[in-house]
Design a protein around this ligand. Sequence first.
Ligand code: FAD
Ligand code: NAG
Ligand code: NAG
Ligand code: NAG
Ligand code: NAG
Length: 624
Amino acid sequence: MGLKLWLSGLIKIPAAFAIITVCYFHFWFWNTISYIEVNPASDIYDFIVVGAGSAGGVIASRLSEDPTYSVLLIEAGGYPSPLVNIPLISSIFPSTPFAWNYQTEPQKFGFSASINHRSNWPRGKGLGGSSILNFLLYVRGNKYDYDHWAALGNEGWNYEDVLPYFIKSENNRGIFIDEQYHGKKGNLIVEDRAWKSNLPQAFINAGLELGYPYVDINGKNQTGFTIPQLTTKHGARWSTYSAFLKKPYYDRPNLKVITFAEVKKVLINESKQAYGIQYKRHGNLKTVFAAKEIILSAGAIASPQILMLSGIGPKEHLERLEIKVHSDLRVGENLQDHIYVPLTPLVHNDSSASLVNPFDLTAWWDYFIHGTGQYTSNGVDGMAFKSSRYCEPDWPDIQLHFLSYSAASDHGICVRHLMGLEENAWQELFEPVSYVDTASIFATLVRPKSRGWIRLRSADPLDQPIIDPQFYSHPQDVQVMLEALLFAQETLNTTAMKKYLHLHDARLPYCKDLPVDSHLYLECLIKYMSATLHHSVGTCKMGPSTDREAVVDSQLRVYGIKGLRVADASVIPVIPNGNINAPVIMIGEKAAHMILEHHKNNKIPKLFLKGSSHKFLSRNGDEL
Ligand SMILES: Cc1cc2nc3c(=O)[nH]c(=O)nc-3n(C[C@H](O)[C@H](O)[C@H](O)COP(=O)(O)OP(=O)(O)OC[C@H]3O[C@@H](n4cnc5c(N)ncnc54)[C@H](O)[C@@H]3O)c2cc1C
Ligand SMILES: *[C@@H]1O[C@H](CO)[C@@H](O)[C@H](O)[C@H]1NC(C)=O
Ligand SMILES: *[C@@H]1O[C@H](CO)[C@@H](O)[C@H](O)[C@H]1NC(C)=O
Ligand SMILES: *[C@@H]1O[C@H](CO)[C@@H](O)[C@H](O)[C@H]1NC(C)=O
Ligand SMILES: *[C@@H]1O[C@H](CO)[C@@H](O)[C@H](O)[C@H]1NC(C)=O
């Protein structure tokens, strides 16, 4: 490699350290100064929404569109800093105060080169939830995913039913889209990427070479290759906070937002009515009451945790922890997630290609002034869907993510940490190329058969729950992943891709003796170097009353309890075929609509109501 390239690579290391240190310090400082109680809360609201994430942000925003309802949104984190809006540095955020840093139990069937065999599961903490730190990909899943949900007995959830809710949120400003599948008037801005190297086109050409069409994966047919769209506005992150909660929505007098408030449990009385919640803020335990409903949107890990702490969950488990059981439901089961194995590091064989140089001020200028340039990129330059031999033709189970970086790109600081990869594996595979530009193809399993679970570690709400996704516990997942890796290899082996990239000749320490192009080597990679795409779902499963695993019905109401719904990634019965932020936002839209419809019919004019339950409160908690 050229000396100039090597030198420019070298300079990026202190620069990367500098950026990460500045970000970290900034986040800590930001969180400290925004830790102020703005206004006292009232003690009763019509609706209480717990968690301001991808779903919760949408729900609170939609419910408060009706000025006659008072809505409380309660969130454990604070306001997202403007720095989180820079797409290119997304892999930094999961290790800042804007994230919950969960970890799974050691995995038996894979993840062997991960530290302690555990998978890192960061989740967003703050207004916008995981949408303030995710990788911005806008992917809806496959038509048949939703038809499948409906076929399982969930009335109102087939593709025809849910498509209007995708369209309702969406404001798609892209060019390459199947028009009739998209919305242009919603809050959630979706854009074509503002910055492209020649890699995205190379990836599309690779697909064409292999006989796959260039498709809108959110349109008619998912099978094919694409350059993914992002939830950005002028190249900056457009989280559910930006889209649904920020001013002007935030100024609605009937919407109160409490930040830095951690909900401990839902209060349930003898008639099995959920009537309030208990939360902790500034070390003080407080209680607030709901006149109509409580909606849990704390995400696939915290929602089942809060339910179990409130006495809703598997009876034998709760009794062991001496928690009084209100409803015996299989909360925490049915845990599903997407995992990938990276074909990496791919090295550019063209020395004129160059990734980010943080000292290049024009790139910052382009980002802040024009909303263009490298900083607007999330690093995912291509995406493809294909069916393995184990599934139906138009309902793929394999997804490729083509990334213009690897765990070598930041010298092992953030990406390695996010993957949870142990030091010696990183050194063997990535260290030798950490001075040059690298790329990766993630072979991703999108219709996994393995199922895991979440349980309480103790009755203490501060204890992280026990998370065991049981990755690869179903042997078919290994077989499909093998096909996915072969597909990644095949894609790399096209003239379009070979022009720019080749696989660096290094092997994982554990698989050193195996020939690099053999199935055995790929199987070894699967066993040692998988990671999660952070798409955990399913832990408060939606299903009909005949489904023994169901926690909520198709209206998202918790079985056996009145006035309590769950609406977030945890209600998903079977994980959709793609990145799940857009599906979770759709769930938020649909939930809000169902709740409003439900109460519309028994809405009594304000005048005739007695008692404190229907006072109208401003955000300050003052009566109107
Ligand atoms: C690193 C990462 C990258 C990702 N990349 C993508 C991507 O590129 N594309 C994509 O489609 N999806 C992506 N995802 C997945 C997607 O962002 C999430 O699945 C989605 O945001 C989940 O939404 P949710 O509403 O279920 O939960 P969340 O958005 O996580 O919201 C839950 C909220 O509840 C709050 N909360 C939790 N417990 C409590 C409590 N006790 N009291 C009060 N508040 C509480 C949390 O702080 C949080 O704000 C990514 C996820 C991660 C973590
Ligand atoms: C979807 O695309 C794939 C790949 O091009 C093709 O084989 C299939 O027939 C298409 N299906 C439909 C319904 O158009
Ligand atoms: C439970 O709460 C509901 C609503 O506030 C109320 O109607 C009911 O009487 C309460 N039941 C008990 C046993 O307190
Ligand atoms: C990159 O490598 C491929 C295959 O080795 C070769 O055909 C191509 O010319 C190389 N490109 C450059 C710019 O070196
Ligand atoms: C790569 O493609 C060539 C033909 O283009 C083929 O001969 C070779 O077997 C392929 N290698 C792999 C690993 O797919």
